[in-house]
Every structure is written in structure tokens, then in C-alpha cells.
Design a protein around this ligand. Structure first.
Ligand SMILES: Nc1ncnc2c1ncn2[C@@H]1O[C@H](COP(=O)(O)OP(=O)(O)OP(=O)(O)O)[C@@H](O)[C@H]1O
Ligand SMILES: [Mg+2]
Length: 454
């Protein structure tokens, strides 16, 4: 049988790499995904009966990219793809499973499986916890090589851990031993490596050149240092992101909003009895007038959910010259009443940093993995060049979700710091009512929250 394929020099390096963990990472269009698929084909043919798993983070991404490439690249007389099981079978008995892990614990669908080779495409879309779990599925008693081979662009939720695992420890192209004692290598990929794309679509590079600076550095030059100057360096998705669970009714719930005509962000945050804040829902919409924004906030809040306070920044409480009305009062007339929070940016960012600190039992702030906008934007914020204690307001579109979180963090941090100074507080009758209705654990939390009463 003759298969006529050409590969680039970098794809050959990737295919020849024998380290346990290999990363092919860099510019968009460097030929990484194609390299994966050719490598998977060669592996399947060289080792009859071998098993491989190829992953993307979501099913639609998988179907649109790798599954299609497999179908067009692999000779039809030796390869059949079953679209209901997402398994590709070769005539020699080798298989390639095409999989995805959209939610954090989707990894458990691979609990009882064994693979000779697992391939992650767009590795930075995965969390470190997913990667670590899945690579434990590489095992088997056969003599075939056992490897984890990944390809990716810089950026994405996993940028930090991927860079730390593959890019930072050793110069590019130089193999090294990871902390687990196994070999790793990072093979950088550049757009100029892929002559097939340069010939077939000569304008592609021009389109990348038109991207905003950071995306351009990542996608055109494959630059891994795009997040230098990252503000929330403590953000770590394996610590700060969790799979959703049902929030008990008794937990206090807040909404925190950031509103401008260009963007509404509303975050729903619940406080557990041991004082952890969980961001459990987000709403992000563009171009909504107030009535529409209020309606959406109400629609996204189930009737049975008691919201203790809806926090909003002070600018929503300033009167418009033309109407004499505040935005807060218009929201209120639509059924959403605000509590004013502070707009002291630096104190607010510090309050978020405080919440992100690692504690013995995890972190004080956890975000449900369904809140994808907040998870995308928070680690992407960079330091302001002139005021390094503040975050940059550029790119503007990533500031809204963190701004909403900041409003909550500064509000929530206030009583706790008062408690730290051992101040005593006058409690209102509502507070006492809460206290008497609470369980022992909740009472501890309430004291933290309100401060010690007189
Ligand atoms: N060896 C090759 N032979 C023919 N075409 C190739 C080869 N390598 C890559 N290509 C083509 O070049 C284009 C870009 O390749 P590919 O999708 O693999 O890049 P990538 O690095 O995965 O890009 P992205 O970062 O956007 O995912 C595709 O159209 C692919 O089919
Ligand atoms: Mg790709």
C-alpha cells in the first residue's frame, strides 16, 4: 500500500520525538494538528492492534477539526470511522478514539481505559487536573511505546501550567526530565514552518498581522510570554475552578454587576458556611438597555433563590444630567435593587488576590467551570504599565467580568478585615434573626461576616 504524504521538518521532529511527553506548540497554522494526525496514522500502522486517544476540549471542536482531517487523510480502504462511538478503526486492528472533556470531570469517562498514546490538540484549553488524570490512562502490557503527545497555541485557560510544564524548564527542542522523572520536550512551531499553508493561502499571514498585539504575538509568532505582566499570577484553574454542584438554599447569595451599554456582566456568588465564595453563575451580554438588562438578570435568577444583595459600582448611582435619574433607580423600577459597592480599584484587586490565596483546604474563591467568561478574563488581566498596582484597562472586553468580581470582593472583604481587628459591631435585628435561625457552623460564619456582636 502506498500513502503519499509530505511533512514539514517540524512535523518530522514531532513525529520522531520519543520522550514520554511531547509538546508541539506555537503559531496558528504551523501544522500542529495535521502533524498529530499523520503521527497517529503512522503509529497505528507501525503498531498493529495499538490504541490511541485523540482529544479536543469540546465535541464540536473535535468534529470540525480532527475527525474531519482523519477522514480526508486516512486511506478509506484501511480506515473506517464510526460516528456514534467516535472511534476510528484500522484494518490491522489499531484504533483511534476521538474524545473530548468539556466539563472538568468528563475525564472519568476514560476511567477504565488504557491507551498506548494519548494526544491532546489545543492543550492549553485543558486544565492541568484533566491532563494529569488522563495521562494516567497511558499504560499497557504490550511492547508499544507509551507517549502523551500534545499540540497547542499559546493562550487559553491552561497557558500558565503548559508553559511551566514544557516551555520554561529547558530550551526549545532540548529534552529534559520532568519532576516525575520522565522525559519531556517542547518543539516550537512557527507559521514559516508550514510551506503548505504559505503556498495555499498566501494572505493568511497578512490576516494574522492585523490581529491585536497579544493575539498576534501568540498566533503569528507563537510567543509564550504573552501573559508576562499577568496581574493574577495566583490564578490556577485546578485550584480555582470546579464542576458545578447544587448550592444549598441556606447559603447567602450575592449578585455583582458591571453595567455599561457595551456590556452587562452579572455574577452570582454564594458563600459557604466555611466562608468560601463560589461564583456559580454568570451572565454576559452586550448592548442591553437597562430594562432588558434587568429582565435578563431576573430571568437568570430562579424564583426560589434568595439574593441577599445585588452589588453595583458607585457610577450607577450618579444622576444623569438630562433626566436627573440614576441608572440604579431605573434598574430598581424594573425590579433589581442595588447595594452600592466601592470602586476603589486597587483595594478591590487586592481583595480578589486575597480570595485567590491558597488556604490549607483549597481557596477562598472557586468558580464553577460553566462561568467561562470570568475564567477566561481573570487570568488574562495584565498590570497597568504606569500604575503596576492596578490592572490595565486594555483590552477593554476582558475587564467587565473581573470588574464585577472586584465589586463583590471589596464588599465582602470589608467586614472580615474589621473582624481581624477584633472590633465589635452593633447587629441589626435582621442579623440576629439570621443568627438564631443558623446552624452552629453557619453561626461561626455569620460572626465572621458581621463581626463579633456587642
Ligand atoms: N504536511 C502537510 N501537508 C499538507 N498540508 C498541510 C501539512 N501540514 C499542514 N497542512 C495544512 O496547513 C494548514 C494548517 O495546518 P494545521 O491545521 O495542522 O495547523 P495548526 O498549527 O494546527 O493550526 P492552529 O494553531 O490554527 O490549530 C491546514 O490546512 C493543513 O491541512
Ligand atoms: Mg490546530
Amino acid at each position: 500500500m502506498n500513502i503519499n504524504l509530505s511533512i514539514t521538518k517540524k512535523q518530522k521532529l514531532f513525529m520522531d520525538a520519543t520522550e514520554s511527553e511531547v509538546l508541539f506548540g506555537g503559531a496558528a497554522g504551523g501544522g500542529k494538528s495535521y502533524g498529530q494526525m499523520v503521527d497517529a496514522l503512522i503509529f497505528a500502522l507501525r503498531y498493529p492492534g495499538s490504541k490511541q486517544l485523540i482529544l479536543r476540549r469540546t465535541l464540536p471542536e473535535l468534529d470540525k477539526s480532527l475527525v474531519r482531517t482523519g477522514l480526508s487523510l486516512y486511506p478509506k480502504d484501511i480506515y473506517k470511522f464510526n460516528s456514534s462511538t467516535h472511534t476510528g478503526r484500522f484494518k490491522n486492528g489499531s484504533t483511534v478514539d476521538f474524545g473530548y472533556c468539556a466539563a472538568e470531570n468528563d475525564v472519568y469517562q476514560y476511567q477504565s481505559t488504557e491507551y498506548d498514546c494519548i494526544r491532546f490538540d489545543e492543550l492549553t484549553h485543558f486544565t492541568e487536573a484533566q491532563y494529569i488524570y488522563l495521562i494516567s490512562r497511558v499504560r499497557g502490557v504490550n511492547p508499544f511505546p507509551k507517549q502523551v503527545k500534545s499540540s497547542t497555541n499559546p493562550g487559553g485557560v491552561g497557558h500558565g501550567w503548559v508553559k511551566e510544564r514544557f516551555v520554561d524548564p529547558s530550551p526549545a527542542g532540548k529534552a529534559f526530565r520532568g519532576e516525575n522523572g520522565l522525559g519531556r520536550i517542547f518543539i516550537p512551531s512557527l507559521l514559516s514552518d508550514n510551506r503548505f499553508l504559505a503556498d495555499g493561502d498566501p494572505d493568511y499571514k497578512t490576516r494574522l498581522l492585523a490581529l491585536p498585539e497579544k493575539e498576534k504575538r501568540a498566533l503569528l509568532y507563537g510567543d509564550w510570554n504573552i501573559f508576562d505582566g499577568q496581574y493574577f499570577t495566583e490564578f490556577n484553574s485546578s485550584l480555582h475552578v470546579c464542576t458545578p454542584f447544587e448550592i444549598p438554599r441556606s447559603w447567602r447569595k450575592y449578585r455583582s454587576i458591571d453595567y455599561g451599554l457595551d456590556r452587562l456582566v452579572c455574577l452570582w456568588i454564594a458563600i459557604s458556611p466555611d466562608s468560601r465564595a463560589y461564583v456559580y453563575r454568570e451572565l454576559c451580554e452586550s448592548d442591553l438597555p437597562i430594562a432588558e438588562a434587568a429582565r435578563m438578570i431576573i430571568d437568570h435568577t430562579p424564583l426560589c433563590e434568595d439574593i441577599y444583595a445585588t452589588l453595583a459600582p458607585p457610577d450607577l448611582f450618579s444622576r444623569a444630567q438630562e433626566t436627573g435619574k440614576t441608572k440604579a433607580s431605573i434598574f430598581s423600577s424594573q425590579g433589581v435593587n442595588f447595594t452600592k459597592t466601592s470602586n476603589d480599584r486597587e483595594t478591590g484587586w487586592l481583595a480578589i488576590k486575597e480570595l485567590l490565596q491558597k488556604r490549607q483546604d483549597g481557596s477562598a474563591l472557586t468558580i464553577f467551570n460553566t462561568c467561562t467568561e470570568l475564567i477566561r478574563c481573570l487570568p488574562a488581566l495584565t498590570r497597568d504599565k504606569r500604575r503596576p498596582t492596578d490592572c490595565s484597562t486594555e483590552p477593554h472586553d476582558i475587564t467587565h467580568a473581573p470588574d464585577a468580581l472586584r465589586g463583590f470582593a471589596i464588599f465582602y472583604a470589608r467586614p472580615a478585615s474589621a473582624e481581624g481587628e477584633k472590633k465589635r459591631h452593633i447587629w441589626t435585628s435582621d442579623m440576629w434573626e439570621d443568627y438564631y435561625a443558623a446552624s452552629e457552623n453557619e453561626r461561626k460564619y455569620l460572626k465572621l461576616k458581621y463581626g463579633e456582636p456587642y
